[in-house]
Design a binder for this molecule. Structure first.
Ligand code: TA6
Length: 305
């Protein structure tokens, strides 16, 4: 059965063995199991903390949380009542439809429109669609944002937002490297003062590691990334997500997260395509689509190998 709904979970199954599981809560992908070109045995590719709440009580610590309309603490006046990373990852989405179901793969579409809880904190009309597509060795997640305002004011009733896919990649944090960020401008959120955090730096490393507490926001990043470690790897291709965040809390910050399993920070790197520096703007009726395509790299030659 390529698509099954089990209560609040959607389970996708590929004819060649890959699978994915999505919580309607937050439209959070909580599992992606895939083989590779060198091994057909499906392996879990995402990290979800064993202490993560999967009952809808709080945002999932792991998988691919959807961040909208603000990244981090709110900075836009319209987002002032919202919590860190916005409401999309903590709202219950609707399973709208099966978009594709064939030998190449399976695709489902989830949607979110303003609920009373959202309206109480955020007044703008919007329509979100999230299309998750499972192929043999690939998982795509596309976020569609539409400004559904019917206002014909001048200036137009613009929707200003940030969006990011907070992807937790299962990988050995002491050995994983992220390419190609050398030369990219970034902001280091681990700096101890706001002044230092707001100063841009230039990435000098060919491969970015996360052997220490890392929380880096790369602006206008390449849009295609290789996340590799001895014996494994993923490629991330991003469209319209002009920035990318690389995060690992290490023990320093990870041990303070109540829903982070002991030592969990040793088993993942977050590489998060997003539009987080500045705000994307949509006039009434306009739609923006941010896409992330994850592809298993095992068995492929990659940078640094
Ligand atoms: O994407 C990195 C980040 O913004 C970090 O600063 C850290 O806060 C992380 O997200 C996790 O945020 P959360 O709200 O899920 O605990």
């Amino acid at each position: 059965m390529p698509v099954e709904q089990n209560g609040g979970n959607i389970i996708l199954t590929h004819p060649k063995g890959a699978s994915a599981e999505i919580l309607l809560y937050g439209a959070t992908v909580i599992s992606w199991k895939s083989g590779s070109k060198t091994s057909s045995t499906p392996v879990e590719r995402l990290f979800v903390s064993s202490k993560a709440a999967l009952d809808g009580s709080k945002a999932v610590r792991g998988g691919i949380p959807v961040v909208f309309p603000n990244f981090g603490a709110p900075t836009h006046p319209e987002h002032s009542k919202l919590s860190q990373h916005g409401f999309a990852r903590s709202a219950v989405w609707s399973f709208e439809s099966i978009v594709v179901d064939n030998d190449a793969g399976v695709s489902v579409r989830l949607t979110l429109t303003p609920t009373p809880d959202i309206i109480a904190k955020y007044f703008r009309p919007f329509h979100l669609a999230y299309v998750v597509t499972l192929a043999e060795h690939q998982l795509s997640t596309d976020l569609h944002v539409k400004n559904t305002s019917q206002t014909t004011s001048t200036p137009p009733d613009a929707l200003e937002f940030q969006a990011l896919l907070h992807t937790y990649i299962r990988a050995p944090a002491n050995a994983v490297l992220v390419y190609p960020l050398q030369g990219a401008k970034y902001y280091d959120k681990t700096e101890s003062t706001e002044e230092a955090r707001s100063q841009s730096k230039e990435e000098t490393r060919a491969g970015v590691d996360v052997k220490k507490f890392t929380d880096s926001v790369y602006e206008n990043a390449p849009g295609q990334y290789q996340v590799i470690w001895p014996g494994g790897g993923l490629e991330i291709r991003a469209k319209n997500f002009k920035d990318v965040v690389v995060w690992n809390p290490s023990q320093e910050a990870g041990s303070k997260l109540t829903d982070m399993e002991e030592g969990g920070w040793e088993r993942f790197v977050c590489v998060e395509p997003g539009y987080v520096r500045g705000f994307a703007t949509l006039n009434p009726g306009e739609t923006w689509i941010g896409q992330q395509v994850l592809t298993v790299l095992e068995g492929e030659r990659t940078q640094g190998q």
